[in-house]
Each structure stands twice: as C-alpha cells, then as structure tokens.
Design a protein. Structure first.
Length: 125
C-alpha cells in the first residue's frame, strides 16, 4: 500500500502514523534491526516537520503521546515537541533517562544534554 501524501493527511492521521511508526521503531531496536529503525526514524521526523509546517505549528498535537505506554513513542514525541512545549518534553526525557531502560535512557539523556547546551534546536521564538 502506497503512503498517503503528507499534505493530504489530517493531523489525526499524522499523529496515528507517528505513533504506529514509533512503536515499530522500538520493536526494530529491540531486534537490532537498525536499517529498519533508521527508515522508520526518517518517516517519523518527516511527520513532525509536516506538523510544524501547518498553520499554528501543529506539533502540539503530539503532546498526548508524552504519556503513551511505549517508551519510544514518548521519546520521539518529546523530541518533536521540545520547541513548542520544552518543559513537558524535558520532563518526559528526564523520566526516560531516569528509567535506566537502555538504549532509550541513553537517547533521552543525549537529547536533554544537547537541548540544554543549545546544540539541539531551541524553542521557536
């Protein structure tokens, strides 16, 4: 089945696909299927960019995912909302880091460090 064009997707469809792909990322990571993980990662980032490009920057639509059961969904959502909801995103990243559930804890710690040092994109003005 062919992927629907991003600009033809509703925000709800984007969030649903974002969630589904992040769940699959976790599975790929746990099975050391890094080429699959990387393809999924690229699409998740694309979905985030699409939300950002929409009127009003719709990345806030990902905020409910910060409470998702899946750690990878929470991590990817936190990365995407850092610019629009930095406090909530940092809180989620810190929780993942503190869980010591690797490799997710390491990814969260690295993202937090990069954000706090200004390397990772800072909040939009």
């Amino acid at each position: 089945m062919k992927e629907k064009a991003l600009n033809d997707m509703t925000e709800e469809e984007i969030v649903d696909e974002f969630t589904s792909l992040a769940v699959r990322q976790k599975e790929a990571s746990e099975k050391d299927r890094f080429s699959i993980y990387n393809k999924l990662y690229a699409r998740v980032v694309e979905l985030g960019r699409e939300l950002k490009s929409r009127p009003g920057d719709r990345r806030r639509d990902l905020l409910p995912l910060l409470a998702h059961d899946n750690v990878q969904v929470r991590f990817m959502a936190a990365r995407e909302v850092l610019a629009v909801a930095p406090e909530a995103a940092c809180r989620t990243l810190q929780e993942i880091k503190d869980s010591n559930w690797f490799p997710f804890a390491a990814d969260a710690g690295t993202t937090l460090s990069a954000f706090k040092s200004g390397v990772f994109p800072r909040p939009d003005p």
